[in-house]
Design a protein. Structure first.
Length: 324
């Protein structure tokens, strides 16, 4: 019995060993790559380009300077502010400047001496400028091509209010007259201001200049209505192109206005008032040499209409104010 028992135990132990050594067979499978989402390229929007200063420059309708026998287009926009260059006309000369008076431009035309040349005109104008500008320096003249022919140009440097100023002078002799176009930048960084804004404005002005024959001159039109300008209800409607130039347009009108015998007009701005229609008008006290009594002219800067000289007045040229 004991032998049989031992044989049974041995058989059981052998069976367990065999079971532990059994090799299981796993079903086969193919390797599948782990899913990776495609990369999405995030595009960066291109920045909106900021216009270069020369691209801001816009000019208005041509303005005739009858005494100087030329016309030009005033600069209505020259930088991102949209504020125009202020225009002043006196006899044969036009001046333009920005509000800070760091940019200044001048157009002028004077009779040329008989037999003179463009070089002679340039020399004369430089001598005149040397009397007004300290430490005036210039380079050798360079040839300049204009719509009226060949002129001369020099680069300038001078002292204005103890600051170094940078600019240029262009001269041409045409119709027996010496015509000059001059520009100057005066600031803490005059060289940069001139390069960025001054020189492009000067070039734009030069391209807009036209020299006139007597038959091309525009006469000054006088209003047929006797109340024009003298009544708050019938003001001179100069309008505006933005919030800044309403007053400039009024004063440009007055700088062009002349007395009955071509006298220069002097004006004083008075307090705005309402007319009978509830419209704000701007009164100006007007005087000129030999005027019997000062008069008041009224302006409306919110509306524009074709401009005339009030009765009893004339103007030295067509008013250099275009429709907004």
């Amino acid at each position: 019995m004991r032998t049989i028992y031992r044989l049974g135990v041995l058989f059981l132990f052998t069976s367990l060993l065999t079971a532990c050594q059994y090799q299981t067979t796993l079903p086969g499978r193919s390797e599948v790559p782990i899913y990776k989402p495609p990369q999405i390229l995030t595009s960066t929007p291109a920045p909106t380009p900021t216009p270069e200063p020369p691209n801001y420059i816009q000019t208005g309708s041509p303005v005739q300077v009858q005494a100087g026998m030329y016309s030009f287009e005033p600069v209505t926009t020259w930088d991102q502010s949209g504020v125009p260059l202020a225009v002043h006309i006196k006899d044969t000369r036009v001046t333009l400047s920005n509000a800070e008076e760091t940019l200044f431009f001048s157009l002028a035309s004077e009779p040329a001496p008989s037999g003179s040349t463009t070089q002679a005109c340039l020399d004369t104008i430089l001598q005149q400028m040397a009397a007004d500008l300290s430490d005036l320096q210039h380079n050798e003249p360079a040839s300049l091509t204009t719509q009226a022919g060949t002129g001369l140009q020099v680069q300038l440097q001078a002292k204005v209010f103890s600051q170094t100023s940078i600019g240029a002078l262009q001269v041409i002799q045409v119709n027996q007259r010496c015509f000059s176009l001059f520009g100057l930048a005066t600031s803490a960084d005059s060289a940069s201001l001139w390069e960025v804004s001054g020189a492009p404005i000067l070039d734009q002005l030069q391209q807009s200049v036209r020299f006139l024959e007597p038959s091309q001159l525009t006469n000054c039109d006088v209003a047929k209505d006797a109340s024009y300008g003298f009544s708050p209800e019938n003001p001179i409607r100069t309008g505006n192109t933005n919030l800044y130039d309403g007053r400039t347009r009024q004063e440009t009108y007055l700088l062009t206005l002349r007395g009955p015998n071509d006298e220069e007009v002097f004006f004083t701005r008075l307090a705005p008032e309402f007319n009978d229609q509830g419209i704000i008008v701007d009164p100006y006290r007007i005087e000129y040499a030999q005027i019997p009594e000062a008069v008041t002219l009224y302006f409306d800067m919110n509306t524009f209409e074709p401009l005339f000289a009030p009765q009893g007045f004339t103007c030295e040229a067509a008013f250099p104010i275009s429709a907004p």
